[in-house]
Design a protein around this ligand. Structure first.
Ligand SMILES: C[S@@+](CC[C@H](N)C(=O)[O-])C[C@H]1O[C@@H](n2cnc3c(N)ncnc32)[C@H](O)[C@@H]1O
Length: 472
């Protein structure tokens, strides 16, 4: 078997990490399937990569739909699992965690895995969404659309699909999006073409907070599209007039930015100009108030962020003789949301975060909430730990919430040097979670007390998992 070979009539066995399909072929080779893989559907595949231990293939044709496909919605890049029955989605995610834990059996035979927590309402959950402007030109498919706004075709930044709504955001966000779509489509300005790096409209972002209802918008444009300053001035004036209309039509809008992006990189946030309202909007989680700007990291599902943080707090163990935890280290803290939630049950919380702006937002948010026992350190966790340990500083709870790549190899040995009774690891990637847990179990006295996944992103392959590790 070689690259570009077609394999016919394959039944996808299951989904593994990152939503890839999995099948063991007749010759025993493992094959990972990209595209819209759904367990038990029958498909034809084209091999796109051949490695020593496995093949990677793409679906070329679906021969028979899977029995777990209960809906027939057009495929959506942001919600690739939308056609899969929600209980089946939960089942797939629970099995993925089970499999990840299975690899740890040699260190710990019994691991308590609690049932995944699913959402009641699986739509309209996103408080932030970014739309792209672009074209979809495909000679093979005979598609020639030169003004589209919605999402990129999966894995293809130069092709943008066109659609008038998104069911992951609420009615107000959709209504704002539709108004912007109408306006930009009838404007004389073209979309940015990612292939030749010219055009005007680049992205549009809506952030609408679930609990406060406040809305922030960002229009991302290419300011060097114009031949002369006069035309540029007129175009921006027109856009600002449109924004004024929008604000009167949608009173929840508190803040509007224009992002002037002259760079080739497909990034929304660039040179930001606040053109209406306040610099930040507010969200309220578990009675804490958070200021959120266009660049701030904030969980995109407010309702389930509350559920996640509540569970993390519930997982924490406090000795009965201790009124409060002494020192909590909130590692990979973002804006310190988890740290803030622990501030009421700890003497001191130290939140460590790489992005300077996030640490700054965290500091402001702590102040806004009258929290005085938090310290925000803007540093890499791996560097912070070395420093902190050198100074013989102690902690009695570590909370670790790293990005998808997991923990830095330099940080892992250092977290084991603390005498903390408990580590709570929050993960958004089962593969790196398993890797880091393996290191911890193999090199320390910790064992896994319990594990629970939370489905913060229905209709996608993303899983958030909380693990409590306790010293034997
Ligand atoms: C999954 S987010 C967690 C945010 C936060 N705990 C929350 O719930 O809102 C991971 C965070 O780790 C930060 N980060 C990534 N690498 C880092 C590093 N080496 N040291 C410190 N922070 C890092 C990212 O900027 C991001 O804010």
């Amino acid at each position: 078997m070689k690259k570009n070979d077609i394999i016919e009539n394959i039944q996808i066995e299951k989904l593994v990490f990152w939503g890839k399909g999995f099948v063991r072929l007749e010759n025993g080779k493992i094959c990972f399937i990209t595209g819209w893989a759904i367990p038990w559907s029958r498909v034809n595949l084209r091999i796109i990569k051949k490695k020593k231990d496995f093949l990677e293939a793409q679906i070329t044709q679906v021969l028979e739909k899977s029995s777990i496909e209960t809906w027939n919605h057009e495929m959506i890049p942001w919600a690739p699992w939308v056609n899969i029955d929600y209980n089946e989605q939960l089942d797939i995610k629970q099995k993925q965690i089970e499999e990840a834990l299975f690899h740890l059996k040699k260190y710990q035979n019994e691991i308590l895995l609690l049932p995944i927590v699913g959402m009641e309402n699986t739509f309209w959950y996103r408080n932030k969404i970014e739309f792209s402007f672009g074209k979809y030109i495909s000679h093979r498919e005979e598609i020639f659309q030169d003004f589209n706004i919605w999402f990129h075709k999966r894995g293809d930044f130069s092709r943008v699909l066109d659609f008038s709504e998104c069911f992951l955001i609420d009615n107000e966000q959709n209504a704002i999006y539709q108004r912007v779509r109408e306006y930009t489509k009838q404007s004389w300005l073209p979309v940015y073409d990612q292939k030749i790096w010219t055009g005007f409209w680049r992205h549009f972002m809506v952030r609408r907070m679930y609990f406060s209802g406040e809305t922030l918008l960002v229009f991302s444009i290419n300011p060097i599209f114009f031949e002369n300053e006069k035309i540029k001035h007129d175009a921006l004036k027109e856009l600002k007039e449109f924004i004024n209309h929008l604000i009167t039509q949608f009173p929840t809008i508190r803040s509007v930015y224009i992002s002037h992006n002259t760079h080739k990189a497909d990034i929304l946030i660039w040179d930001m100009e606040l053109i209406y309202g306040t610099e930040t909007i507010e969200e309220i989680l578990l009675w804490y108030r958070f200021n959120i700007g266009p660049k701030s990291f904030f969980q995109t599902n407010s309702v389930w962020a509350e559920a996640l943080y509540t569970l993390v707090k519930k997982f924490s163990i406090r000795d009965s003789w201790k009124k409060k935890l002494w020192t909590v280290l909130d590692l990979y803290a973002g804006t310190g949301t988890i740290g803030m939630i622990f501030s009421s049950i700890a003497d001191k919380v130290i939140s460590v975060e790489l992005v300077e702006e996030a640490s700054g937002n965290g500091k402001d948010n702590a102040e806004k909430n009258g929290i005085h026992n938090m310290e925000f350190i803007n540093a890499k966790v791996e560097d912070f730990l070395e420093d902190y340990l050198e100074r013989w500083q102690k902690a009695d709870l570590l909370i670790i919430d790293p990005p998808r790549a997991g923990m830095h190899p330099k940080a892992l040995p250092n977290i084991l040097k603390f005498w903390t009774k408990q580590i709570i690891y929050v993960s958004c990637n089962p593969a790196t979670l398993w890797r880091d847990l393996e290191y911890i179990l193999a090199n320390s006295e910790y064992h896994i007390e319990k594990v629970q996944a939370v489905d913060m992103f229905p209709h996608t392959h993303h899983i958030e998992t909380i693990v409590s590790l306790v010293k034997k």
